[in-house]
Write a protein that binds this ligand. Structure first.
Ligand code: DOR
Length: 440
């Protein structure tokens, strides 16, 4: 039987380990995995690794409202250049994605995107009643709650608001967990012009207090929650003890950068929320990562321009780009022996599949969408600002040599990126979810 396309001779990394196989694609789906498969088009993959398409479940692409920092086109360009096949985008745009109109507007704009995509709906202090309906809209990956203020004006700071939001709807809710009251009380700790004070203001206590409140109310309301970008050693045993209701995310930057070194070297480019913390926290994140605590790795891609970042702390905004560097930075950790290829697959695709119940995605298996990230694990690349597609034009990993690099991004069977070139534009589609699909 001849298939439309065959990726030949690559090492497929999946749930049965890693082995040399051909992958055949027909009609955008994986049609066969095996040996000696033939197809109309053959893509030679000898020496390369094939992963289930990597999914970034936390990005901020700034459109609408702050397109001078990033937009859905440039953000998704960075994604596919970085081997990412789908992104879940955050609601803290202007206007925030907290009404059906704002959501439909974003989905219309998303037709320009190069990768598949879904959008979070933002909880506010007054939209709790509509969240149950909003989360069921096609193209929505779930509700997002900011318990502590960050970029934009989305915020649900108190238990009452949190309880109302968690009581409306059924799907897993993504949470930015830092306690607003604690951070407000800590604001006096900010030293003007000294970004090192960022992690004193956004303290360990703020994260622990917030996550404690969250887990209590999640259990009370019976709601599944997803704790984004976990940063403190102190929260890890709590999350482990509540694994039945709480999933969690770690970012490449919290695993890779630590205080004070990152702030010494990068200044406000290292400023993000929750903050980069001293190395004992990163070590604890690694320890728990190896025990399987984290379900997904997300980049929290949150660009701000160099000019905005150059403002003296605390006027400088929080956030750093990351969608294009997630795969290479994590593959480098694999090359350095810090995690296995199977863990990489779990964190970049299987985890998203499991938590968000993706329909037909997130697994390199027959019948699934042919979303494949093709990587050269021996290639060494020094990451630079110039390589970045994000509009703000920088990466906190500039100057870092990584081993392992995405060289192809295949989405629903079509090559979107190959060897650093975007070869198919604007072909992204909304991701589908088992929990919200109504027909087909
Ligand atoms: O550092 C951050 N920046 N953390 C967030 O939670 C939001 C993000 C942004 O949108 O700039």
């Amino acid at each position: 039987m001849a298939y439309e396309r065959v990726l030949k001779g690559g090492t497929v990394v999946g749930h049965d380990g890693a082995g040399i196989r051909d992958v055949a694609i027909t009609d955008g789906k994986i049609a066969a995995i095996g040996e000696n498969l033939s197809g109309g088009e053959v893509i030679e993959c000898t020496g390369l690794h094939l992963f289930p398409g990597c999914i970034d479940t936390q990005v901020h692409f700034r459109e609408p409202g702050a397109e001078h920092k990033e937009d859905l086109e440039t953000g998704s360009r960075g994604a596919v250049l970085g081997g990412i096949t789908a992104v879940f985008e955050m609601p803290n745009t202007k206007p925030s994605t907290s009404t059906v109109e704002a959501l439909e507007d974003k989905l219309t704009r998303a037709a320009r995107m190069h990768c598949d995509h879904a959008f979070y709906v933002g909880a506010t202090t007054d939209n709790a009643a509509s969240l149950a309906e909003l989360e069921m809209h096609p193209g929505v990956c779930g509700v997002k709650i900011f318990m502590g203020a960050s970029t934009g004006n989305l915020l649900v700071p108190d238990d009452e608001g949190l309880r109302a939001a968690l009581s409306s709807g059924r799907r897993r809710v993504a949470i930015h967990s830092e306690d607003e009251d604690t951070m407000e009380a800590n604001a006096r700790l900010a030293r003007e012009g000294d970004v090192h004070s960022h992690y004193e203001v956004r303290s360990v206590e703020a994260a622990v207090k917030s996550t404690t409140r969250l887990l209590k109310i999640a259990r009370e309301t019976g709601r599944r929650v997803h704790v984004l970008h976990v940063t403190t050693a102190d929260e890890l045993p709590m999350l482990a003890a509540n694994k039945d209701i709480a999933s969690c995310e770690v970012t490449p930057q919290h695993l890779t950068l630590s205080a004070p070194e990152a702030y010494d070297r990068l200044g406000t480019k290292a400023q993000m929320n929750p903050p980069i913390r001293p190395s004992q926290h990163a070590e604890a994140l690694w320890h728990y990562l190896r025990m399987g605590l984290f379900d997904v790795v997300g980049s929290d891609h949150a660009p701000h321009t160099i000019e905005e970042k150059a403002k003296p702390y605390p006027l400088s905004p929080s956030g750093m780009p990351g969608v294009q560097t997630l795969v290479p930075v994590m593959l480098d950790h694999v090359a350095k022996g810090r995690m296995t290829l199977q863990r990489f697959v779990d964190l970049t695709s299987a985890g998203a599949q499991r938590l968000f119940q993706l329909r037909g995605k997130g697994r390199l298996a027959i019948g699934y969408d042919a979303d494949i990230t093709v990587c050269d694990l021996s290639r060494k690349v020094t990451l630079t600002d110039e390589m970045m597609a994000n509009k703000s034009g920088w990466t906190p990993f500039a100057g870092r040599e990584v081993q392992g690099f995405p060289i192809g991004t295949i989405i629903r069977g079509r090559t979107v990126m190959w060897e650093g070139e975007v070869v198919l534009e604007g072909a992204g589609e909304p991701v589908r979810f088992d929990e919200t699909i109504r027909s087909s």
